[in-house]
Design a binder for this molecule. Sequence first.
Ligand SMILES: *Cc1c(COP(=O)(O)O)cnc(C)c1O
Length: 410
Amino acid sequence: METPTSRSSDPIARLARSRHEFGEHGGVNLSIETSATFTVLEAGKMPEIFGGRAGPQGGCFLYGRHFNPTVMVLSRHLAALEALPSAYCTASGMAAISGTLLQACDSGDHIVAGQALYGGTWALLHDYLTRKAGIGATFVDLSDLDAVARAFTPRTRVLYCETLSNPTLRVADLPALARIAHERGAKLVVDNTFAPVAVTPALHGADVVIHSLTKFINGASDIVAGCVCASGEFIDQLYDLHFGSLMLLGPAMDPRAAYEVATRMPNLGLRITEHARRALACAERLEALGAAVIYPGLASHPDHAVFRRIANPGYGAGGLLSVDLGTAERAYRFMEHLQNIEDFGYMAVSLGYSDTLMSASASSTSSELDEASLRAAGISPGLVRLSVGYTGTLEDRLDQLERGYRAAGG
Ligand SMILES: *Cc1c(COP(=O)(O)O)cnc(C)c1O
């Protein structure tokens, strides 16, 4: 399934040019196709659909776990955003990740992955896929390109990374990683959940781009959803009747959720730009106070140059920043003061919400990692990750943040 997408290098321009879908009665919003099953006019059409000779591109839908017209509209927007020919949405980000890896690898195959990853992904690779599917994984420091190349085996099918690693915000050198993967016949699979709009991994060689739509793309923290963006061939494989991971494991997105997410796509660019403007201001304030702050938009960030090389101009350096308070106790005091005294934001996992969300990664979203893996990934017990929101005035927020930092002993 491929749709021609705009060639523009600007993600928001591509998004705007991905075909607008009008509602059934000419409404400016798309209609929701809730049906779980679809009729045909002639009985002979059914075997054509099952045989793959007729399909959704020709308006022939089959069943809700296969393709759905409303989910396809959202998927088309996401393919355009990520400059890839095709995409399809899933019930969660983890469904997109597990479906992609099970599709790209057979039992006995191998994955090379960054060592700082979303906790669920780390557990999937480290524990689940090894035991349940016989798919091995080697974790490496992605900034050491020689180590990345050395980790490949003849059975490596995937090099897996996050554009910005969680929660240390190291930046993947995507062109270099793509070269290493492609020279060895492997796919570069990138989780771009932390950097939609800011970075377009496919423009730097990524073959598959995954999102947890639960985060910035939906932006309201009210829907769990994901997507896989890739070639038309790969998306078709995911829905193969005999070997399609998404078809057979069945994490289908509800069309009502697809509609909700689609209504929030037009303001994605505005939201991302404002998240990033405020995250930079917060990072600069914390840095001026002498805090150990990690933000790819700061010149002090170890991968600042890499980020500038791969980032789309004009959309900033993302809405996430991390600050190392040294100990868990100071990290907790910092977050409690900011939530309970200042009303600056909320102690909650997840990201990309309108308000600021704060979590101490070592004891929350990265707690799947063991001690040694936490240390290797640079996740100290005092590390607090902030997803900077856009409510309130920036001046107020910066003053609140400063008081929180001082209350924690900074
Ligand atoms: C949240 C998240 C996921 C998992 O997505 P779900 O929608 O919760 O399944 C994967 N990767 C990253 C980077 C995330 O932040």
